[in-house]
Design a binder for this molecule. Structure first.
Ligand code: NDP
Ligand code: PMR
Length: 387
């Protein structure tokens, strides 16, 4: 019975026809530690829905006996929390006890194993299935999240893929070039839908954070390493990034370049954050922010790069550019952007100096072009079925 209720709540998590994944659902303590003991199905739903007790109490403050108000635990959704920056930030936030982390991941078993291996306490997180390469999966995730009954206080669009050696495009379930499809379009739909959930939250500082990067900014040395990012007049995006009947590149280039597609997707991420800020900050009070967390040269992002690159990149960044940052440190930086009371300013692209102090960084001209941001927004709305 417990499993049936779980399945009803998480159809996409269970749709992978592998026994291994199903058993992962059963074994995951964050999900079922209560339900395994529970007798009533309703309790099972609650076990999934409210894994951390403080979340159950609505309202920004809970009255204590002495009349003072305490802040309830916040709920943060982090996409791609199964490795690298996302996992490190999930751990950093969960460890504070102030946050319950929803790890929105495409590989349920990998995420559950990673959370356990990182030492995250059962009950401090929930793994939910999200594949950003499918717009149906995005909608399904939003549905599942809403049915869980948890409020949404912060959303972090962190997941990404980087295909540096690819000379041929691959495509999402909806037929869009994969890097832009996952890194930008999937997140665009997710953020647009979940804005409603953020609006409903009574948490004092609600935030929507979208990862950017130095390599999408051509006002930096790193951003001038070829191939350089550039969206052109967005004609490839307007054509649907399909490849066969047009271009798979946003700027409409004939040939596909996987490294450029990633950097282009990061410009989209940074433009999207600013357009959210312009459209919704004043009306909702929500903080919209982006960041460059430093060069986390050891993460899975470089998994498709050639072995020599993977060998030399960390020491190059550590000793030559000095831009290297550990996964743990980058996780703390992202956790700051999620929860630090001093980082409430909206529309900011955060970076950190060598002493790990945050500062408001300058975006390149293209990554801060309001006209391009508006055009990108309109085209993206069409591609994800919102317009
Ligand atoms: P990782 O590869 O370690 O993490 C990326 C995460 O995205 C993984 O959890 C991965 O899942 C997930 N993901 C990939 N495709 C999908 C999908 N279709 N649906 C859902 N999740 C998906 O990389 P990083 O931690 O380095 O990257 C995190 C963010 O930081 C990215 O936005 C990146 O652009 C940004 N960034 C990274 C920098 C760096 O130096 N590493 C520098 C600047 C920015 P799975 O585990 O299943 O593969
Ligand atoms: Mg870069 C000057 C500093 C600097 C910094 C902070 C980065 C970050 N890089 C710098 C410089 C250089 N890189 C220089 C001088 C070179 C030429 C040797 C160089 C090369 C290089 C390559 C081939 N760098 C890379 C690659 C990648 O494949 C990475 C990439 O572009 O991923 C999209 C990358 C990166 N360099 C960075 C950062 C943060 C990355 C990767 C992550 C990202 O933008 O998300």
């Amino acid at each position: 019975m417990a499993l049936q209720v779980q399945a009803a709540l998480l159809p996409s998590a269970l749709s992978v026809p592998k026994k291994g994944n199903l058993s992962a659902v059963v074994k995951e303590p964050g999900f079922l530690s209560v339900s395994q003991k529970a007798k009533k199905p309703s309790l099972v739903v609650r076990a999934v829905a409210t894994p951390a007790a403080p979340v159950a109490s609505p309202g920004a403050g809970t009255s204590k006996a002495d009349g003072k108000k305490t802040l309830r635990q916040g709920v943060v959704v982090i996409t791609g929390a199964s490795s690298g920056l996302g996992l490190a930030a999930a751990k950093a936030l969960a460890e504070t006890g102030k946050w319950h982390v929803v790890m929105a991941c495409r590989d349920f078993l990998k995420a559950a194993t990673a959370a356990k291996a990182a030492g995250m306490a059962a009950g401090s997180y929930t793994v939910m299935h999200l594949d950003l390469a499918s717009l149906d999966s995005v909608r399904q995730f939003v549905d599942n999240f809403r049915r869980s009954g948890m409020p949404l206080d912060a959303l972090v669009c962190n997941a990404a893929i980087y295909r540096p050696t690819a000379r041929q495009p691959t495509f999402t379930a909806d037929g869009y070039e994969m890097s832009v499809g996952v890194n930008h379009l999937g997140h665009f739909l997710l953020a647009r839908l979940m804005l409603d959930d953020l609006k409903k939250s009574d948490y004092p500082s609600r935030r929507l954070i979208i990862l950017g990067s130095i390599t999408g900014n051509t006002n930096t040395l790193a951003g001038n390493v070829p191939p350089k990012a550039g969206l052109g007049d967005l004609r490839g995006l307007a054509g649907g990034l399909r490849g066969q009947n047009g271009s798979a590149m946003i700027d409409g280039a004939e040939s596909f370049d996987g490294a450029k597609a990633y950097k282009d997707s990061k410009i989209c991420n940074m433009l999207t954050m600013q357009e959210f800020h312009r459209r919704f900050h004043e009306e909702t009070g929500i903080t919209f922010a982006s960041l460059y967390p430093g060069c986390i040269a050891t993460t899975g992002l470089f998994r498709e790069h050639i072995p020599l690159f993977r060998l030399l990149f960390p020491p190059f960044q550590r000793f030559v550019t000095k831009g290297f940052v550990s996964e743990a440190e980058s996780g703390k930086r992202l956790a700051q952007v999620v929860g630090d009371p001093s980082l409430t300013k909206s529309g900011v692209y955060w970076s950190w100096n060598k002493d790990s102090a945050s500062f408001e960084n300058q975006l390149s001209q293209e990554a801060s072009d309001p006209e391009k941001a508006r055009k990108l927004w309109d085209l993206s709305e069409k591609l994800v079925g919102l317009a």
